[in-house]
Each structure stands twice: as structure tokens, then as C-alpha cells.
Design a binder for this molecule. Sequence first.
Ligand code: C2E
Ligand code: MG
Ligand code: MG
Length: 717
Amino acid sequence: MAEVDAAGEDAVDRTGAQRYAAEWARAVRRLGFVPLSAAETERLLLAYTLRLADALRTDESVASVAEEIGRAMVETNLTEPGMIEWSVRALADRLPARVLCGRGGSGAAAGLAGRIAAAQGGLAAGFARALRDRTFVHQERIARSAWQARDAVEQALRDSEARFRAVFSGAAIGIGIADVDGRIIDVNQAFADMLGYPVEELRRLDVASLFHPDDVAGMSELYRELVEGKRESVRAEQRYHRKDGTCVWADLAVSLIRHDDGRPRFTVAVAEDITGRYELQRRLRFQALHDPLTELPNRTLFFETLGRLLGQAGPVGLCFLDLDGFKAINDSLGHDLGDRLLVTIARRLAGCVAERGYLVARMGGDEFAILVDGDAGIDGVIAVAEAVLAAVSAPVFVDDQQLMVSASIGIVDSEHVGASVAELMKAAHTTLYWAKAQGRGRWAVYDPERSARDIARSGRLAGLPLALDRGEFVLHYQPIVSLLDGRMLAVEALVRWQHPQLGLIGPDRFIGLAEETGLIVRLGEWVLRQACRDARGWHTEFPDARLVVSVNLAARQADAPAIVDTVADTLASSGLPAELLQLELTESAVMGSAEEPLRTLHRLAGLGVRLAIDDFGTGYSNLAYLRRLPITCLKLAAPFVEGIRGDEPDAADHRDERIVDALVRLAHALELWVTAEGVETEAQAERLRALRCDTAQGRLFGPPEPADAIRTRLAGG
Ligand code: C2E
Ligand code: MG
Ligand code: MG
């Protein structure tokens, strides 16, 4: 399968094709007599290889191209069974890797696997049919002429009867003669052997009694048309009952023999046992459409069936399942045990839905899919998913090990997703991912709105690094003012994304993503350097203002070992005095128990920069720990300030006010400054002033604005 995956849609590798054809030629010459020279054989097979490869790359009708080639092999006398077996197998095992080059996506590879299966079937079928046709032409000619000879003999020459007998009984192919009422008159030994009866017994039977029950109706009809003289011959592949109850597949040709005056007289049947060939074809088809490990239908059969069901009217439900932590089991206990676990799970899944006849497929690895009749609605599909989860979670015993496994299931149905295979599968993958994210042993149902949000989010996620490289981020600054005299003492740097299509995007929509991916370290460094450059500019122009710039540090940034060096380097290169830089950290970033963050904070404080705790009161506050931190300022989270309205205080107002009061006292006891965030009204400012809060920030004192606006403010005094 790895070879198939690597193949693609792009081109045929001619050198590869030559090598493949040479290998093919060597194989057929080894496997039997070839009436061509080595070079001629190779040339011929190269032509076949190129046609096959070309059809495999593009052609929908790959089966018929392969069938033609199968036929052509017989016509050039490459008729040994070993040759076709080798050729069919090599189509999957060697051809893709050698001859099809370039890169395709996994979708292309899945399509290719299906086309290869079609080519294998076509090649085998073409070969078989051509071989059969050839035998038939010979045998039928013999039988007919034998009969004509016999007719003539009956009337004239007795000794010709002996000649007919010799042909009839010596033929390797079964020949039987019946009258127009279907009574068997004579059969040869080959015919009797094929059906497992003694010749004598067959001579007492009726043609119809040998038909397989499933074929009775069709065959009786054909026979009637024949004996009524409406047809001259009948050709069919059909099953016969052998005497021992087993069934034999026969390729059958029945011809009508008429009296001199044209009235139907006898039927002569020529039958060849094709059970072996039929079984080979059946096995090939089974192999192409089933997973060898679990024997469940494979992806190809699953997609074929899904496509067909979606083409019909009714809704289709799908449970897309993946075992939880299978990789760990495989890695720790070995692949052999992993394989046996998969077989057990496969049997359980099949058992769960066997009664209802739903298709269970192994999609690869530890992924399985179940196609559910959607008529029962989404609840019906959920019921199947729950039954499946229960079945999977029963303990599994392999050797003397007891394993506990669980699975996650994504549930989708065609009514809510759309009717294409691709849409359904994409939704199934997404939903499975949601189920996994909830923890082990869960199912989730597809939700189009959530999916749209996910897509927007991952679009932003993918765009972030490029946006940083393209310089699409900008800084806005929000004043932090003294509550005593209204003077602007500091500004907080707040990053925005100037998106070329979506406009200005706020940090709440990308900082979290940047933290998840680690991009925050690079982004944060850019913010730090830009903020220090701007602050240095203001300081040069307005040295008396002693304006502090306050920069947010994400937890991941504060954890990065290089942060102290980065800050020191930024101060040095910008020329900003260290005491004009404040770093804001969240409680969770500094309150950890580890010693490392504490050391980092001390080293940062050692550089002379100020440290503030951002959004104080919303996180995990360990007041005792606070004492050990080299911080200078607490920023009270906006929700507390929001609770203070100043006018007509009710009980809730009082509670928030009492909290702020306590926090301010605490901060002052620790000799810390307090900044209130999110101050929007004069009344709030008034109350905060009364509570002795030192500084404040919020729309009342100015929204976040570009650097120029700060400069204008400084110039205004
Ligand atoms: P924060 O550090 O607590 O920043 C204060 C937020 O309050 C800012 O939101 C600001 O625009 C907003 N705000 C300003 N005035 C008012 C007001 O009157 N009422 C209320 N309710 N809110 C007000 P913004 O700019 O959307 O930033 C949101 C958060 O994003 C920041 O919260 C900070 O945690 C984060 N952030 C922003 N820039 C950076 C950055 O450069 N690095 C890192 N790590 N985080 C950043
Ligand atoms: Mg902040
Ligand atoms: Mg804040």
C-alpha cells in the first residue's frame, strides 16, 4: 500500500516502464513456452505496460483496457496460467512503484488503488474469456461436425459411428445430448465427471434437474426458446448441482440440431468446468476489496458503497471510529499484539451491526467506519455509536494480557452535511477530532456552525506566521493615568493584526492561538522591541514626561529561558532606560510552584524593569507567594471595576467595592502600586479615588490608539 500511496497522477516513467516490461518478459518466458524471441516479447510487453500505465493514470475505462490486454496475451499464445497469475499480481505489487511517478494526495492514491483493482479484474477476465472462447470454438466445431458425421453415418455408413464415439468420449470437455423434452440421451465421461455422476445415472435424468436453484428460471426460459427453434444456440456461465451437493461453475454452450426438414431434433451441450477460474476471480475481487488482516471491507469497497448509497434517495448515516491510544498499545506491546487487538475489535464491530446488515469497513490503521441506514434519523445513528462504544470497551484478552480499549466516534449524516462522499468524509474526520478532544470513549455529532468556526480559526492559525513575516501586526497604546492628578504616567502596548482582508483584528482572536503554537515567543519579542523603540522616541522628545511603556508577557514567553537576555538586549539596542519599561505577567504565569519562573523574575527585576501582575483577582492567587515576588504593581481586573458603579449602590456593588478596597489595602501593605483596569465612567473613577487606588486605565481616560496619538497627547502636555 505504501507503494500505491507514493504513486501519483502526474506521469509515466518510461525507463521504469522498460524495466517493468523486461521483468514481465523474463517472468513469462520462465513460466512457459513463448513463441517469440526475448526481444520481441519485451517489445510487446512494453507496449502493454505503457497502455496500462496510461489508463491507470487517467482512464476511467481502465478495466476494459486491461481486458483487451488479457485477451491479447492469449492471442499471442501467452496462455500458461502462471503467466496471468504473475501479471495480475505484479499490477498491484510492482507497477505503481516502478512506472507511475509524481506525487498525488491521499485521495488520488485511494482512487489509484481502486483503478488497480479494476485493472486486475479486467486483465484476469480478458485472459479467461479469450482462453475460453478459443477452447469453445474448437470444441464446438468438433461436436457439430461429429453430429453431422453421425447423421450421415446413420443413414449410410455404420463405421462413422465409431469415429463419432471416439471424438465424443475422448473429448476433454463435457458434451451432453438431450432431446427436445429435456431428457438426457447421452453424456460423455468428461461431462459425468464434472457433475460427479456415473454416466449411466445421468442418462436417466432431466436437464432441468441439474440446474442450480438460483438459475432455474433463467435457464428453463433459454432452453425453451432453443427447443422451440427460436434460437440456434445458447451461451451462459451457470452453476450446476453436483451429485455430492457441491456446486460447479460451468461455461455452457448449447446448440440445436434439426431434422432435415428443419424441425428441432436434439440439443448438444458443451460444458467446461470453470470453477477454478471463477474462484480465482472471486478471490481476486475479494482481495482487492477487503482488508487482509481483519477481512472487513476496505476503503475501496467502503467508498464504492457510500457513493452508491448517496446516489440513491434515502439519507445515509456514518459512524467514523478511531481507537483511543492505539499507537501506545502498538508501541509498547508490539505490532503482533496490536494486530490481534484490531482483529478482535473488527469482529466486535461486525457483530454489533450484523443483524441490521450495515457495512463495517477498516479504513486503515485503527480507523473503522460503519454505514448506517439514515432512515432512523440521527438518533438511530447515535444508538449504533453507543452500542459500538459499549462493545469496544469490554476487556480484550490477548495471550494472558488483559487490555482495556476505548474508541471515539464522529457521527455524521448526509441530511446535515451534504451529499458528496468528500463532504461527508471531511465532516466525519472533523467530528471524530471533536469526539477525541472531549476525552476517551465519546461520540460527537457533526455541527455545521462549529465546523465553520473551526475553519475560520484554523485559517487564522495558518496565517499567523506569515502575517508576522509580512509586518501585519501593529501596536496601539492605552494611557494609564494617575487618579490624583490625571497625569499620563504610562501606556500599555496592545497588539493588533492589520489583516489585509478582514481589517483590524483584536488580540483576543489570535493571542490564544499564538500561545498554543508557540508563535507567541516571536510575536512577543516583536511587540517588546517595537514598544521600546516607540517609548525611546517619546522619551527623547519629552524626557520630563518619564512615560513608562507597559508590555504584556505571555506565560510561554516568561518561561522561555532567553527572555532575560531578550529584554536586556532590547533595552540596550533601543536605548530606553530600564525603569521606563514595565512587563505585565498574569497570575498563572508567576504563581507556579517551580523555582525557575521565580529566578527569571528576579533576574528581570535585576535589570531594573518594573513588573506588574495583570488581571489581578481573576486567576490563582497565592497571597503568601506574592510577598516573595519582585513586583511593583497590581493591575485590578476589569470585572471588579465593572461592579463599581458609584451611583445608588446596591448589595452587589458593595461586594465588589469591598473586594477592591481589600485588594488595594493588600497591595499597599506589600508596597505595590495599584492600577484599576476598564474604568469607563467618572463615577467609577471617583469611587476608585476614594478607595486610594493609585492609577487607572480605561475608555474614560482614552482608548488604545496608534503611537502618533500618544505623541500628540504628550505634546499637548
Ligand atoms: P489586558 O492586558 O488586560 O489589556 C486590557 C484590555 O482591556 C485591552 O483589550 C483593552 O483594549 C481593554 N480595555 C481598554 N479600555 C477598556 C474599558 O474601558 N473597558 C473594558 N472593559 N476594557 C477596556 P485588548 O486590546 O483587546 O487586549 C486584550 C488582551 O490581549 C490583553 O488584556 C492582553 O491580555 C492581551 N494582549 C494584548 N496585546 C498583547 C501582547 O502584545 N502580548 C500578549 N502576550 N498579550 C497581549
Ligand atoms: Mg495587560
Ligand atoms: Mg489586564
